[in-house]
Design a protein around this ligand. Structure first.
Ligand code: MF3
Ligand code: CO
Length: 250
């Protein structure tokens, strides 16, 4: 069932988004070779709790951490760990803030120290692909328009779009209808309406888009060990255009 959110719900989701954006901006300052994703996870959880929020991912379907931390060839749902990040790694930190029942979901890929040119380009193209998708998140446009904008851009830059994970509706619960694919055909699929709240979260790979699941049942990684990047915002569809609740002001 696809729901449209009330003004009150959207206000709460915006407050959660503001907090989440602050956390990402803090993490950006912390990321450097030698830090562990477990330290980042602890920081994010503490920051949420200090501000009266809770980490929605912790306990979600048995997931144990406040954040997902996906390094290099990990596509998504990597576990935070005690291993130090190395110079040249890329790491995607994904989290969901629950503030007074309002949810916000945002992932960001960070460069650890000096990342090679291809890695930087992968990050750049992935972030730009997110904003190309967001441009299409307009009342009256269709889901295929979002996916098509992301796919044509990312593939045109020589990268591939992960098929096995999509964006989603979000509201009182983390994963709501509809699925938001990051690939597709223009003018196809569900039509967007005012008050819908969705995530757009393209995962873009430097090699093949195919993924495989780790034995832990959570972590997806590329089959060819190529790197994967991801940027995600929570977006309200309004008659004045898309509103990013998780905007970091960049
Ligand atoms: N934030 C993720 C998403 O975009 C959710 C990760 S699954 C969880 O869908 F169990 F870790 F929460
Ligand atoms: Co997310």
């Amino acid at each position: 069932m696809i729901t449209r959110k009330s003004k009150r719900e959207i206000e709460k989701m915006q407050a959660a988004g503001d907090l989440l954006a602050e956390i990402h901006k803090e993490i950006a300052k912390m990321i450097k070779p030698g830090i562990t994703t477990m330290e980042i996870d602890a920081f994010a959880e503490e920051y949420m709790r200090k501000h009266g929020a809770t980490p929605e991912q912790k306990g979600y379907q048995g997931y144990k951490y406040a954040t997902c931390a996906s390094i290099n060839d990990e596509i998504c749902h990597g576990f935070p760990r005690e291993e130090k990040l190395s110079d040249g790694d890329i790491v995607t930190v994904d989290m969901v803030v629950n503030l007074d029942g309002g949810l916000a979901d945002s992932a960001w890929t960070y460069a650890v120290g000096d990342v090679d040119e291809k890695g930087k380009r992968l990050m750049d193209v992935t972030k730009t692909s997110l904003y190309k998708g967001i441009e299409q998140a307009q009342v009256g446009k269709r889901l295929g328009d979002i996916g098509h904008a992301i796919q044509t851009y990312a593939e045109g830059e020589g990268f591939s779009v992960v098929r096995d994970f999509t964006g989603h509706g979000i509201g009182p619960t983390l994963h709501e209808d509809p699925h938001i694919p990051h690939f597709g055909l223009p003018n196809k699929g569900l039509r967007l309406k005012e008050g819908m709240v969705i995530t757009i979260e393209p995962m873009i790979n430097e090699g093949s888009w195919h993924s495989k699941m780790d034995d832990n049942g959570w972590t997806a990684r590329t089959v060819d060990q190529g790197r994967s990047a991801q940027y995600e915002h929570t977006i309200v569809i309004t008659k004045d255009g898309p509103v990013l609740t998780t905007d970091q002001g960049e």
